[in-house]
Design a protein around this ligand. Structure first.
Ligand code: FRU
Length: 501
């Protein structure tokens, strides 16, 4: 079969209507507004994914928690909402769920216990629980469990709880306006402040939000672990608007208080693209078939234009689920970021005859690339920009590359399609390389309204929304280099079953 006639039957092209930009293999809510991922936990054979949801509108409004479950993190069954606003405590902002295996709370053995920020009369932490595997939830009768007293900041939100084995305690990370607080509790109900972190550390262009505290092995060595603290910041991200940074350090007792410390002098970004925010990880993974890994997911958007993205009926997309690993690369310890390995189950056959793809030559792929994975690698990189253009028949193009001269990786979406719906959307976004690269590996996961780019095996991630008018179908590697390998495969769609189906 020639390359030009190679079309996979499973991927239909929808180029008009409300479903035009509906992703094929990313999580979206059936309708209305979706933002931060919330409450991700593995429990009784299922992965839960909740999210900030306005069930009545396509913009931020009456925030509740939408909910879906999955057995494999690929295919999702939507369930009714977890918590909804009430007159007394108001809306339900971001938070988490944990499994209370030892019934420390007295709410039931293996109860699923959740925490969210209630916002009336000001931000405080409230609790809910389920004793039927997350099919029904009840708000705790004595909410809030952490009050916001007079001396405290009005910004006090996004609880993320973990079990801290060395002291047999629960630890909650909470975002203050520009710091992360750590609270502890023996029973998930009575909490006390331990310490806080953040002054003079990291990026402070805006408010700190959505923390996640984790212990991870360094280079896979379980005997050599470090603690990481993930912190979203809005604004103040690396390319404008919001972004997510992380700190590598230690979490231990200092002067009798559990304290996060870090000697990190530079800001480290989890993702340099402009559209990956509020990401945190699943808990209780050690009981899951995937084992004890840090799988995280983010909201693929930016608060600068989140209300205006050009979809109707539904608005808001999650990123792919990524595995974060603490690895040493060229002498520096970083969190590497790659799509979780289970996505290999969605890979369709390789497109044949990739020899047609040549350097500085535009190849029509003969099939839509709008749900696909492109891997391409270059060697002997010269001074000029090296990368790939992904284009369509109406001349829209997204450029993904590396500039040795500027020491930057980049995504250029200035001509990517529908980009004038909001000021600040069109742009060239960059990631600062910390050294020269002679070899460049680019892995791009393309979906109907996004590109998720992983440079050099996850050393740099960049996630961006794009809204091409027609599906991408042309690929052009460019620059002064040797084109080493090209591999293009379709991504098969995930199944997303709406409520009551
Ligand atoms: C992050 C955030 C959180 C807050 C939620 C409200 O995007 O601002 O801090 O809990 O969104 O939807």
């Amino acid at each position: 079969m020639s390359l030009n006639s190679y079309v996979l039957p499973d991927v239909e092209v929808v180029s008009t209507g409300p479903e035009k930009y509906r992703p094929k293999y990313h999580y979206t809510a059936d309708k209305d507004w979706l933002s931060d991922p919330n409450g991700m936990v593995f429990h009784n054979g299922e992965f839960h994914l909740c999210y900030q949801h306005d069930a009545y509108d396509k913009v931020f409004g009456a925030m509740s928690w939408g909910h879906a479950v999955s057995k494999d993190l690929l295919h999702w069954q939507e369930l009714p909402k977890v918590v909804e606003p009430d007159e007394h405590l108001g809306m339900c902002f971001s938070g988490c769920m944990v499994v209370d295996k030892q019934n420390t709370s007295g709410l039931g053995e293996n109860a699923l216990v959740g925490f969210y920020t209630s916002e009336l009369p000001k931000q405080q932490q409230s609790m809910f629980y389920s004793t039927d595997s997350g099919r029904t939830f009840q708000k705790y009768a004595h909410n809030p469990v952490i009050r916001n007293t007079e001396d405290m900041s009005p910004d006090f939100r996004d609880p993320k709880v973990m079990w801290y084995e060395p002291r047999s305690l629960w630890v909650m990370a909470l975002a203050g306006p520009e710091r992360i607080e750590f609270w502890s509790s023996p029973n998930l109900i009575d909490w006390q402040l331990e310490s806080w972190f953040g002054e003079g550390m990291g990026a402070h262009g805006g408010e700190w939000e959505c923390p996640d505290l984790r212990r991870l092995p360094l280079d896979g060595d379980q005997n050599n672990c470090a603690w990481i603290l993930i912190v979203s910041v809005n604004p103040g991200g690396p390319n404008g608007g919001c972004g997510t940074q992380y700190f590598i350090g230690d979490f231990s007792e200092v002067n009798g208080k559990l304290t996060f410390t870090s000697e990190q002098s530079q800001v480290k970004w989890l993702d340099w693209g402009i559209d990956n925010y509020a990401g945190v990880g699943w808990t209780n993974m050690e009981e899951s078939p995937y084992g004890d890994r840090l799988y995280s997911i983010g909201w693929m958007n930016n608060w600068i234009y989140a209300y205006k993205t050009p979809t109707s009926q539904w608005r808001g997309v999650m990123t792919m689920i990524r595995e974060l690993k603490l690895e040493t690369i060229a002498g520096e310890t970083i969190l590497t970021c790659l799509p979780a390995s289970f996505y290999s189950q969605l890979l369709g056959p390789e497109l044949p005859n990739m020899r047609q793809v040549r350097l500085n030559h535009a190849s029509r792929i003969g099939t839509s690339l709008s749900s696909s994975r492109v891997q391409i690698s270059f060697a002997d990189i010269g001074a000029s920009d090296v990368g790939i253009e992904l284009a369509n028949d109406v001349g829209e193009v997204t450029r993904i590359g590396y500039s040795q001269a500027n020491g930057q990786f980049y995504i250029d979406r200035t001509k990517s399609g529908n980009e004038d719906f909001a000021e600040g959307f069109a742009g060239v976004h960059t990631a600062m390389a910390n050294r020269e690269h002679q070899v460049l590996k680019i892995e791009v996961f393309i979906d109907r309204c996004s590109v998720e780019v992983f440079f050099n095996d996850g050393e740099y991630a960049m996630t961006e929304l794009i809204y091409p008018d027609e599906p991408l179908s042309v690929i052009k590697p460019y620059g002064e280099a040797v084109l080493s390998t090209v591999n293009i495969r379709k991504m098969l769609p995930i199944k997303r079953t709406p409520i009551n189906e």
